[in-house]
Design a protein around this ligand. Structure first.
Ligand SMILES: [Zn+2]
Length: 730
């Protein structure tokens, strides 16, 4: 049977024979995985796995052996490369059944089951370092060449319904069987193997509260079977769509988009502070039509309480979301805040009692009891995670869970995973071991760092520096284009992460580029509103933007240029601090502000009167702000000596006028870069260290002053000038 892409309405048929024919067997598996993962209706980000049993030459014996290639632990089907697949000798893998069966106590959640995961490493083919996942036995024990295990909304909807077994029979007849919920592991593989033994004609199984698994001896056939089964389920569900009656109908309606945005701008920093008591989180706002229909519905409170079903979903969404019963039509913003505070307090207590009731003697310690998903009528869904990528995944998962509930409630009655089962996944020792293996968090993990002036020079170097420390970086600059360019560089280096969710700018990656004119309060306000919408708040602000107006030929600076210099170098820096203060205070989380001043603030000289006095004012602004913003925010100044390298503040005319001022000889015909180097060398000779000051030197100190490494330092100006005696502060 061959399929055409238009034969499917609920999934995207993406198989291309020509593309597949050019690939080796392992690459065909990678290809199949990527096109399955590319469709959210087929599986969620990071969810599901695929495998192929491939004949290969054994490097030890030179003989042909069967090798199980199976999507390994971590990663994501959509973006998987060959490196994400583990490879196991089939005969060695199958021999593990022996070891398992020999154990006195065996079965789901027994010690022997967990210890099998470590055994897979002994069966590795070809020195492949990819770690096998807990789902490996599902693939290895099913006696067919190709296996797809997916988490499609339509299949989970059946699997999360009260009468899931009957529904499976009704929708798929005899071609698909059903197994009740069981935590994935070796035992579940054996259960599936037994099912197939009893009925060799089975093509797949609905896995209770979990998803779908199906198989074939040909890879394309396996892919097409996956799509056909999902399509069949979705088609069946579609026939029961409840239209306006979905989720019991609408109780509230959403205000228009701009009102909703205003609510969110006010709300997000406060909310971020509330959920970040133990660990800072990054937010993602998700407000599609479908999400709004859910949060505004009559049955949202009941359904939210049931939690999500697919184990994959709820590992990120937690056992359940926090639903706040706020009436967007009749109640005030203050009431919303009150209800959130109460709701969060109750949620934490509830989470603690869930932990206490379900924990085992060897369970890991309780984790952060704050919700990761918050549902607000009229507003939408707000997800929180340790990174933007994580919070996008969380928003994606809950929005998929909403679709699962919509479908399940249409055909039956939705049920979540039982509490104990949920706990045994959330606090699974294997998951804990995975968490423990993760590298320690970086200095700026969970932080949003705003760099103003990030389009070039010190700002750009600083954006790169803080991104290296795990920061989410807002690159702002008077030139939006150059701000975006810097943000793109950061994304290219650090990756955009996984997870497909987030409305508008809230769907962004770990860096964004925005335009701002700091001399204009409205522009700064607009900047921070965008940032709040993108990430939920801010932690550190670094201002490197500044202006230097060269004097005219007579050495004079016109009055309007004086104003401009002060408007940017002093008042602009203040406006940034003043607007950021509102967010810091709403969050009630500590933060830091670094202003870039200059050694010129301390060294009196000729020809740069406006600039130098503005920087002297900026030095004192640092001290005044340190007092004004305490105790929440530390404020420090970075005082660079002129960095000529790559600086937008050193256009040719400034370089030339400096060279004239210092009597350094040059030719008009020399390139700007050559003149810059002359000037840098001249400057270096005046310093105690005799070496030119670089952008990297400045960025390092901007980073350090912002970071907790300087947590006890505020109101200080640190010179990065190679050692300029005249600039010593006293
Ligand atoms: Zn699964």
């Amino acid at each position: 049977m061959t399929f055409k892409s238009n034969e499917f309405k609920h999934v995207n048929y993406l198989w291309d024979d020509k593309a597949a024919s050019q690939l080796d067997a392992v690459e065909r598996l990678r290809y199949r995985s990527n096109i399955l993962g590319a469709d959210q209706l087929i599986t969620n980000t990071g969810g599901g796995n695929t495998s192929s049993k491939i004949k290969m030459i054994d490097p030890l014996s030179g003989e042909e052996v069967d090798v199980l290639w199976v999507k390994g632990s971590g990663g994501d089907l959509r973006t998987s490369t060959r490196a994400n697949f583990a490879s196991l000798y089939m005969d060695k893998f199958l021999s593990l059944e022996h070891i398992y069966n020999k154990a006195e106590i065996k079965g789901v959640k027994t010690e022997i089951e967990d210890s099998m995961v470590d055994m897979y490493r002994h069966t590795t083919f070809g020195l492949n370092p990819a770690a096998s996942s807990i789902d490996t036995p599902l693939h290895g024990l099913i006696p067919f060449r190709h296996v797809d295990h997916m988490h499609p909304v339509s299949a989970i909807a059946i699997a999360a319904s009260k009468d899931q077994e009957d529904l499976t029979q009704e929708i798929f007849g005899d071609e698909v069987g059903w197994v009740p919920w069981q935590r994935p592991g070796f035992d579940l593989g054996l259960v599936m193997q037994e099912k197939i033994k009893q009925n060799p004609k089975l093509k797949g199984l609905i896995m209770g509260q979990h998803g779908l698994i199906n198989w074939a001896d040909d890879d394309k056939a396996c892919y097409e079977l996956t799509l056909t089964l999902i399509e069949k389920a979705a088609h069946y569900i579609e026939g029961f769509d409840r239209g306006d009656k979905t989720f019991g109908g609408q109780k509230y309606h959403s205000p228009d988009e701009s009102t909703r945005r205003q609510i969110l701008i006010q709300l997000l920093p406060k909310l971020r502070g509330m959920v970040s008591q133990q660990n800072r989180s990054i937010g993602t706002v998700h407000m599609t039509e479908s999400v709004l229909q859910f949060v505004n519905s009559v049955e949202a409170p009941r359904l939210a309480e049931l939690g999500t079903s697919c184990p994959d979903h709820f590992l990120r969404t937690k056992i359940k979301p926090l639903y706040v019963d706020w009436n967007p039509q009749g109640e005030s913003f203050d009431t919303l805040i009150e209800k959130l505070e109460k709701g969060l307090a109750a949620y934490r207590v509830d989470y603690m009692s869930y932990y206490e009731a379900c924990k085992h003697p060897n369970s890991p310690a309780m984790r952060d009891p704050n919700p990761t998903v918050i549902l607000i009528p009229g507003v939408g869904l707000i997800a929180w995670g340790k990174t933007k990528s994580e919070s996008r995944v969380t928003a994606e998962f809950y929005s998929l869970a909403i679709e699962v509930m919509r479908s399940s409630e249409a055909i039956s009655k939705y049920q979540g995973l039982p509490r104990q089962e949920a706990f045994d996944i959330e606090y699974w020792l294997l998951e804990e071991a995975k968490l423990k293996r993760m590298p320690p968090e970086k200095e700026f993990a969970r932080n949003v760092v705003v760099v103003i002036g990030a389009g070039s020079g010190i700002g750009k170097a600083t954006a790169h520096r803080v991104a290296k420390e795990g920061a989410h970086v807002v690159c702002a600059d008077v030139s939006e284009e150059s701000a975006r360019a810097t943000a793109q560089e950061l994304i290219d280096i650090h990756g955009v992460g996984i997870g497909i969710a987030g409305t508008g700018l809230s769907g962004c990656g770990p860096a964004i580029g925005l335009g701002v004119d700091i001399a204009c309060r409205e522009s700064v306000q607009a900047l921070f509103e965008e940032i709040i919408f993108a990430y939920g708040g801010i932690d550190n602000v670094i201002v490197t933007a500044g202006i230097f107006v060269s004097p005219d030929k007579n050495g004079r600076i016109p009055d309007d240029k004086w104003s401009l210099t002060y408007a940017i170098n002093v008042i602009g820096a203040f406006i940034v601090a003043d607007e950021a203060r509102k967010i810091w205070q709403a969050q009630k989380l500590s933060g830091s502000l670094v202003l870039t001043t200059s050694v010129n603030a301390a060294v009196a000289k000729q020809g740069s009167l406006a600039y130098d006095t503005s920087k002297a004012a900026a030095n004192h602004l640092v001290r005044e702000l340190a007092i004004e913003l305490s105790p929440l925010v530390r404020v420090n100044g970075l005082a660079p000596a002129t960095v000529v390298e790559g600086s937008s503040m050193f256009p040719r005319d400034r370089v030339v006028s400096s060279l004239i001022k210092y009597n350094v000889s040059f030719e008009e015909s020399e390139s700007t870069e050559a003149l810059r180097e002359k000037l840098a060398t001249f400057y270096a000779q005046r310093t105690l260290t005799k070496s030119p000051v670089t952008l990297a030197d400045q960025a390092e100190v901007a980073y350090l002053l912002s970071s907790n490494k300087f947590s006890k330092t505020t109101g200080q100006i640190i010179g990065v000038d190679g050692g300029l005696q005249e600039a010593f502060l006293r």
